[in-house]
Design a protein around this ligand. Sequence first.
Ligand SMILES: Cc1cc2nc3c(=O)[nH]c(=O)nc-3n(C[C@H](O)[C@H](O)[C@H](O)COP(=O)(O)OP(=O)(O)OC[C@H]3O[C@@H](n4cnc5c(N)ncnc54)[C@H](O)[C@@H]3O)c2cc1C
Length: 391
Amino acid sequence: MDAARLRTSWNLVAAHGDQVPLYFYSALFLSHPEIRQMFPTNMAGQRDRLVTALGHIVSQVDQVDRLTGFLRDLGADHRKFAVRPEHYPAVGEALLATLRHFLGDQWTEDLARDWADAYQLVSRVMIEAAQAAEQVNPPWWVAEIVGHERRTFDVAVLTLRPQYLLPFTPGQSIGVSHPAVRAWRYYSPANAPRPDGTIELHVRAAAGGAVSSRLVYGCAAGDQIHLAAPVGDRLTLWPAGGADLLLLASGTGWAPVKALVEQVAAEGSRRRVDLYVGARSRLEFYDTDAVDKLAAAYPWLTVTSVVGIDPRRPGEVTYPVDRALADGDWRSRHVYVCGSDEMVGRTVQTLSRAGYHAGQVHHEGLGRHWYGPAWRTAVESSPQDDSGGAR
Ligand SMILES: Cc1cc2nc3c(=O)[nH]c(=O)nc-3n(C[C@H](O)[C@H](O)[C@H](O)COP(=O)(O)OP(=O)(O)OC[C@H]3O[C@@H](n4cnc5c(N)ncnc54)[C@H](O)[C@@H]3O)c2cc1C
């Protein structure tokens, strides 16, 4: 298999932008109409996901060893879409038809064989992982909403009780879907695992957002939703060992950070933890009671609230990192950062300029990503990521 040729051909195809997913899904649904019902009714958000991810992964087949962990997670995770082994050849055919269409004269028999072999390798890893996962976890969990509180106009705090225990590590995210929407998004539990297995989620309704709007405005206690296995290790505490921590959170980025604080408390370690929690305005601090309770309960925890926008200084945004660096030098600590992609990008840049090294800064942005945290770790950090701004 000539991996360089696969990548070059994929880049040529990807340059056709939105036309590529449009063609791919038409080919897939025309040849296999039974697959259509596995995708959301509104395909707008989906369009750039599956085919772009597939093309990117398959064309990196020479690094399949490095990608194996990601592919296994992806295979196991795709059980939540009710994907079965017989669906993989259908997707492979649509992928090859798409490549053939966009490559025109450059689509040769050799290239077709390489793509088919590479796809088979990738799909075999995913299918085997899905089968192995059957022994460990259900494809998804049904959970009852046992608490639903609208804390601000667009933020709700949900308490969920899964029918079976859903194990997770603080800092991870879980898949969430509403049965009426048929789309999955990631949300981060805002608590350390509890003896009763309940999970707290903090959800901000994105304007026009399919899943978040449903969770904030269209759900109530007693409703059922679906959850999928936890993913991600970017915000988990293990790389920090027993080090003191600086935690920087904005908006609903507070959710996984709250889980980390609870974990430190549960571990009974002697870390010092300084938390800077930000919101655009005072009215947007949606979890003040919980923050105050934590600060009062734990002498090792110091909390500072940071209001992002001051009407007296229009156009300027103060992020938690700005206040934290003004307050002290934290370079002996591990730093955990969560918020919007913009907040995280600004924070990481500021820390790097101030001499913090990448290994001590752990961050997760809550923006839209094809396959969430696992995708970022495995693929976006790829040294050979030559996808040309695939995100
Ligand atoms: C690892 C991870 C953890 C996350 N944890 C949380 C969490 O704890 N709480 C939480 O509220 N959200 C969280 N998110 C974001 C969440 O997964 C969804 O992206 C978000 O709720 C929007 O989904 P939607 O279906 O409502 O919007 P979509 O239907 O996907 O999009 C609708 C519109 O909103 C825009 N949009 C989509 N996502 C975002 C976004 N994240 N920010 C701004 N605009 C967006 C789109 O561009 C589009 O215009 C997390 C994301 C990731 C990757």
